[in-house]
Design a protein around this ligand. Structure first.
Ligand code: GDP
Ligand code: MG
Length: 596
């Protein structure tokens, strides 16, 4: 066991985790130069396209230092706030972490959030300053920033360029020298944590585990501690981006993939403990706490017949994303669908895109909403995840909404802009600290609802992309809130309702109908779009009728052009949902989030 090193790579997004992972894999000779593609660990199409890591991936590597053979288990982690649940499970399986900081950017909001999580797991941290090849790199200043903001010694930070390969060998040597070997009792009964799982269409559910005590053997009967289910181990593999290698056992201190032949997708949960079925461990590895969703949205099939397919897809996706939660709901406007819980906005986008791509579904997502605690006059409390389900005003005593503590790091040049934005978003300043002459860290307390409503884009545009942001949910607080309804051609469209502060209801309502007017395509008849609170209409716009047929303008001759236009219309129609007589595109359901 003393030759094993289990480590994660943590960093703010874009600081170079995935690139570094590739470089380490290459340096250890696990893939040939010919096989090396960019970002080996980002295996999903959507990760490659967006250049972000969504699922943590692991790889087992061999390394020789001073004539001694080592096994390095590398766990690439997602950097975005929404995926911190994945990060925390990866960290629980590691003994150390490489803390990557971009030499030109310095410490950012998620650098700090990730460090706190690593410290909670008692990990040995190796500060790594990346991108020293950049002309704008200031490694010494960044080392100082790491010391002042995080309070860890950065004098022995490893300076690297994951791009050119400078410092990589020194870094791997530092991993061997500084990260402790795993501890555990090889002779005790089996005890392993599941830190990732996914569904393979040939082999069924796969679980990525870290074994703490004992070992897992092929053929062994094991128990899943959270639901007491027993299963036989069919196959064991060591993780590798190209070639998984079969093994007969995964021993104390090691990581590996366990195939249990489980077809029931709900059985395997990230964070659960696997033990021996006949001689079970007394306690699980740490507490099993499922991730808590903060943002909810309706997901509906465009074709109502696809409801069961959506359920099946969600079941399968949940295996790959334990933070996903959902239950069936019905909407007058959209029919049968699901109310799905997400960890944040990016998580929602990613889930919708994966459902559409990996399961071939055409979906409509409603605008996301936070959870409200509604205390009613009859003394009961209901949690409202869907704005259209807000009780009637006369039955409400008070409404509480979730608040977050937000950390923003911003260059002084944009400090004024960012403070203006935070204030407009009902933020209250708790702390303002200069990290050095050019950068400031702000701590604000603000309603989570304001983050859901186009906060992230606004923060980026008001700071030219330089501000970084992270948040932690803290508590529920009372708010003066009302439900804003949207009527299309006279009827309230339940899927478009939003809950807003009373003070901004008017301006939101006006912005909303103006937006909708741009998005709702012309129909054969005039369509009124109204925003209302209860029965009171506060804003109105009209979408004029279509008039002439659109193809009329390509004079007879050009058939191919005419066909193209008709095809385009058909393509557009696929994405439309009929609300009464009116066809609404997906953007209409998101327009409630746009404030201007
Ligand atoms: P991650 O989000 O932390 O996984 O970051 P990535 O590995 O995806 O890298 C983000 C961007 O930084 C990519 O465009 C990389 O090519 C680039 N990058 C990573 N390491 C270096 C480096 O050492 N030098 C330079 N110049 N660019 C780098
Ligand atoms: Mg990455």
């Amino acid at each position: 066991m003393d030759n094993i090193r289990n480590f994660s790579i943590i960093a703010h997004i874009d600081h170079g985790k995935s690139t570094l992972a590739d470089r380490i894999i290459q340096e250890c000779g696990a893939v040939s130069d010919r096989e090396l593609t960019k970002q080996m660990m980002d295996t999903m199409d959507i990760e490659q396209e967006r250049g972000i890591t969504i699922k943590a991936q692991s790889v087992r590597l061999d390394y020789v230092k001073d004539g001694k053979h080592y096994i390095l288990n590398l766990i690439d982690t997602p950097g975005h706030v929404d995926f911190s649940y994945e990060v925390s499970k990866s960290l629980a399986s590691s003994d150390g972490a490489l803390l990557i900081v971009d030499a030109a950017q310095g410490v950012e909001a998620q650098t700090i959030a990730n460090v706190y999580m690593a410290m909670e797991n008692n990990l040995t941290l190796i500060p790594v300053i990346n991108k020293i090849d950049l002309p704008a790199a200031e490694p010494e200043r960044v080392a100082e920033e790491i010391e002042t903001t995080i309070g860890i010694d950065a004098t022995d930070a490893v300076m690297i360029s994951a791009k050119t390969g400078v410092g990589i060998r020194e870094l791997i040597d530092a991993i061997v020298d500084r990260i402790p070997a795993p501890v555990g009792d090889p002779s005790a009964t089996t005890k392993a944590i599941i830190y990732d799982s996914w569904f393979d269409s040939y082999q069924g559910a796969m679980a990525l585990v870290r074994v703490f005590d004992g070992e897992i053997k092929t053929g062994q009967m094991v128990k899943l501690m959270h639901n007491n289910e027993n299963h036989q181990v069919l196959e064991l593999l060591y993780p590798h981006p190209l070639r998984r290698q079969k093994t007969q056992s995964i021993k104390s201190g090691e990581i590996g993939i366990v195939i249990l032949g489980v077809k029931e997708v709900g059985s395997i949960r990230v964070g659960d403990t696997i033990t021996d079925a006949r001689n079970p461990a007394k306690e699980p590895v740490g507490e099993y706490a499922p991730a808590k969703p903060f943002v909810f949205a309706g997901i509906y099939p465009i074709d109502t017949d696809e409801f069961e397919s959506v359920r099946d897809a969600l079941d399968k996706l949940k295996l790959n994303d334990s933070s996903l939660s959902y239950e069936p709901e019905t909407s007058i406007a959209l029919g049968f669908g699901f109310r799905v819980g997400f960890l944040g906005m990016l998580h929602m986008e990613v889930v919708k895109e994966r459902l559409e791509r990996e399961f071939n579904l055409d979906l409509i997502a409603t605008a996301p909403s936070v959870v409200y605690k509604v205390y009613k006059t009859d003394g009961t409390m209901v949690e409202v995840q869907n704005p259209s389900e807000l009780p009637e005003p006369q039955n409400i005593e008070r409404i509480e909404e979730p608040y977050v503590r937000a950390t923003v790091i911003v260059p002084t040049d944009y400090l004024g802009n960012v403070i203006t934005l935070l204030t407009a978003k009902r933020g209250m300043q708790e702390k303002m600290e200069y990290l050095n002459e050019t950068r400031v860290m702000l701590i604000y307390v603000m309603p989570m609802n304001e983050i859901v409503v186009d906060f992230y884009d606004k923060l980026k545009s008001t700071s030219k992309g330089y501000a970084s942001f992270d948040y932690d949910p803290i508590e529920f607080r009372q708010g003066d809130l009302v439900k804003l309804d949207v009527r299309v051609a006279g009827d309230v469209v339940d899927a478009l309702s939003v809950i807003v502060p009373r003070s901004s209801a008017e301006s939101r309502g006006r912005a909303l109908v103006t937006n909708m007017k741009e998005i709702v395509p012309r129909q054969l008849f005039e369509v009124a779009i109204q925003a209302s609170i209860g029965n009171r209409v506060i804003a109105r716009e009209t979408v004029k009728s279509m008039g002439k047929n659109v193809t009329a303008k390509c004079y007879g001759g050009d058939i191919s052009r005419k066909r193209k236009l008709l095809d385009k219309q058909k393509e557009g129609k696929k994405r439309m949902k009929a609300i009464g007589k009116v066809q609404l595109p997906q953007e209409a359901f998101m327009s409630v989030l746009k404030m201007d």
